[in-house]
Design a protein around this ligand. Structure first.
Ligand SMILES: Cc1ncc(COP(=O)(O)O)c(C=O)c1O
Length: 381
């Protein structure tokens, strides 16, 4: 939360932002349709042949799902509610993967009802559950990934060690179920090429061991974890473009051998496609520091700060030279609801607007109404 830099770059023209606030007030969460489309198309360009299943958990707004649907995206869903959301938007079950290795029975039953078959598992108890509730399921075994240097290590809570993979594939077959592939998630976000490469190598080994045991696997699921930044900038290694260029040859060899390769990108599709506009609703001087209280905080769509270790930028619409260090706080009564410390800002007053760019992923998805504060209005432009 410390040392955040004020950038001058607004994600949309200042006049348009002011216009939108006149119509919708703040807090306002803006989805940039063109940017969303561009991010999706960039993913398919940088990783040709890899079928993206957009991870709905990153941002489940229906307009995002509709837009990605028109581009031919498939969807990664994690609960009955997410399955229902995507299903009710008219997207067929063959375009979904139930990519939560621990599923509730009612979620599994609903998946069976609508014909959603592709799903992940990583333990024996899940197999018993699937056998009982959804025996027609097509199963991807999720393995752990090194997840070095990733924001959230998703192999802490999920995945089986690659050494134990064959046992769980054989058990699935013995139980009359259909193992069809292997999945992993390199961590979110993952900046280490090595994590993808080690995991792809592990998949190769498992495919070969499975074949020797008479199980033909056909799907490689490379998960998510791709960076929010799409294009490579000078001196910047943390972009989808850079990561993809380093892992693609390994993916391509699977494709050339006729395997289906799928992915579950969330952050890189939606992260830079949304921004927040929030307003100064209070100002106080405490212990020699200026505090600005905003109408949105960590219990709202800035939830990415505590939950996703995000450190967004804050761009005031008011310009001024005399920058001073300020503390930004949310509107609730909880003293945990501090958004950022030591942000360099010009002198602001009540009703001044602050824009938070690149806030599309894991933000509004986990926003609450704590203290009665309403979630931001969401618009797509
Ligand atoms: C199973 C699974 N797939 C995909 C994702 C999306 O990851 P990301 O947003 O890093 O692309 C997540 C994120 O938590 C996940 O748990």
């Amino acid at each position: 939360m410390k040392g955040l830099v004020v950038s001058k770059k607004l994600p949309l023209e200042k006049e348009k932002i002011v216009e939108l606030v006149k119509v919708y007030d703040t807090p306002l969460f803006v989805i940039l349709r063109e940017r969303l489309i561009e991010n999706f198309l960039a993913f398919t360009r940088f990783l040709p042949g890899v079928q993206p299943f957009y991870a709905v958990k990153a941002n489940p707004h229906p307009e995002i799902i509709r837009t990605l649907d028109t581009l031919g995206s498939c969807f990664d869903v994690a609960s009955k509610q997410e399955v229902q959301l995507v299903h009710e938007l008219g997207i067929g079950p063959e375009r979904m993967i139930f990519a939560n290795t621990i599923k509730r029975k009612k979620g599994l039953a609903f998946a069976r009802e609508i014909g959603l078959k592709l799903m992940t598992y990583d333990n024996l108890n899940e197999l018993y559950k699937i056998q009982k509730v959804h025996p027609e399921a097509k199963l991807l075994l999720r393995i752990t990934s090194p997840s070095n240097g990733s924001g959230a290590n998703l192999s802490y809570k999920f995945g089986v060690d690659p050494e134990e993979a064959l046992f769980l594939l054989l058990r699935a077959r013995e139980m009359g179920l259909q193992p069809v592939g292997v999945s992993f998630h390199a961590g979110s976000p993952c900046y280490q090429v090595e994590s993808y490469l080690v995991s792809l190598q592990a998949v190769r080994k498992i495919f070969s061991e499975a074949r020797q045991s008479g199980i033909e696997l056909s799907i490689v699921d490379i998960g998510g974890g791709f960076p929010l930044k799409i294009y490579q900038e000078e001196g910047e290694q943390r972009s989808l473009e850079s990561l993809a260029s380093k892992i693609y040859s390994h993916i391509e060899s699977f494709l050339q051998e006729g395997y289906r390769v799928i992915a579950e990108p969330g952050r890189c599709i939606v992260g830079s496609a949304c921004f927040l506009v929030t307003k100064v609703i209070g100002k106080a001087l405490r212990r020699g520091k200026v505090w600005y209280y905003l109408d949105e905080g960590i219990y709202g769509s800035l939830s990415a700060i505590p939950f996703d270790k995000a450190s967004p930028e804050f761009v005031p619409l008011r310009e001024g030279n005399g920058l001073q260090e300020a503390i930004l706080a949310g509107p609730t009564c909880d003293s945990l609801d501090v958004i950022a410390k030591d942000v360099l800002l010009p002198e602001l007053g009540l009703d001044d607007l602050i824009v938070v760019p690149d806030i599309g992923a894991y933000s509004i998805a986990s926003a609450t109404n704590f203290n009665g504060f309403e979630k931001p209005t969401v618009v797509m432009v």
